[in-house]
Design a binder for this molecule. Structure first.
Ligand code: NAP
Length: 288
């Protein structure tokens, strides 16, 4: 049976660091604050927002929750983001996606000031991930995957890693992060001709394809580490990932569970980014 790489101890270790940083900022008169912007009334964004609000005190972060109605105009949403950009009491901004139809997510996410872009949503933050520079922030989910690999001391350098999925929020930045740590990275997508061959050859497999329980026994191997980024609610109300856990547990050496894996760490990483943002902003103010 595979070893289970739980997210909870990883998240606890990050939160412990965060709490200390928050206390140090508090001594400087700074109360790290994340503005959580939710437009419309979707169940998935509501549940993510609830998770952040529950976990924020453990990381020493204050949440300013802002809910706008479904019929919010692009101008109103942009004005809100501009106000938050210029508010010195707000250190990070998270615009919860997806937005209601009619709002251009691409245009709005790029309204967030790079120094407050704690989930790496802007083009500038994404360029930073590709260039290996702190231009903004790296998105929280791929960083959470790297935190899990580090915490469980899974070697990355020189290993063959396959990332299944090439979205701008998960697959692509994660491929860059693995590459930066000297993995040999293959990126697969919906047009990959032979996914099974690519996966079979890998030592680290990242499932981020957005298809419930799609990665199964036929393509996994016994010496592999499987990180499952997917999260889906099944008809019976339970959660599952992009990999078939029952099959994977019998196939691979170690895997992250769903729930209780990457998702648990993502929130802690995002809140950690708020502290990093607050520290950077304090430093800029001091340096004038
Ligand atoms: P996405 O935007 O839907 O992207 C899915 C990617 O997978 C695309 O690049 C797509 O290829 C590729 N793909 C689809 N079907 C495939 C197949 N049969 N074989 C190989 N590749 C295939 O999804 P996402 O936003 O990256 O999210 C990925 C997963 O992570 C989802 O399950 C999502 O719920 C989950 N997620 C989890 C967290 C967390 O914190 N745990 C955060 C964000 C997302 P093309 O580019 O060719 O279309």
């Amino acid at each position: 049976m595979a070893e289970i790489l739980y997210g909870a101890p990883v998240a606890d270790a990050i939160r412990e660091r965060s709490k200390k940083e928050s206390e140090a900022l508090g001594r400087e008169g700074v109360r790290p604050c994340l503005a959580l912007v939710r437009i419309g009334d979707r169940a998935d964004t509501a549940s993510y927002a609830a998770g952040l609000k529950k976990n924020a005190p453990k990381s020493g972060v204050l949440i300013r929750s802002i809910g706008l109605p479904e019929d919010t105009s692009a101008e109103e949403a942009a004005r809100l983001l501009e106000d938050l950009n210029s508010d010195p009491a707000v250190h990070g901004i998270l615009l919860l996606l997806p937005l209601p139809a009619g709002l251009d997510a691409d245009a709005l996410r790029n309204r967030i000031a790079p120094e407050k872009d704690v989930d790496g949503a802007t083009d500038l933050s994404q360029a930073g991930v590709f260039e290996g520079k702190d231009l903004g922030f790296a998105p929280a989910t791929p960083r959470a995957v790297m935190e899990i690999l580090h915490y469980y001391r899974i070697p990355v350098a020189g290993k063959r890693a396959v990332v299944i999925g090439r979205s701008p929020v998960v697959g692509r930045p994660l491929a860059m992060m693995l590459l930066r740590e000297n993995a040999t990275v293959t990126v697969c997508h919906s047009r990959t001709a032979d996914l099974a061959a690519a996966v079979r050859d890998a030592e680290i497999v990242i499932a981020a394809l957005g298809k419930p329980e799609a990665v199964g026994a036929g393509i996994l191997g016994k010496d592999q580490i499987l990180v499952d980024v997917g999260i889906h609610r099944k008809e019976d109300g339970t959660l599952c990932g992009d990999a078939d856990r029952a099959q994977a547990e019998l196939s691979v050496r170690a895997l992250t569970p769903v729930p209780g894996g990457v998702g648990a760490v993502t929130t802690a990483v995002l809140l950690q980014n708020v502290l990093e943002a607050a520290s950077r902003q304090l430093k800029y103010r001091r340096e004038g």
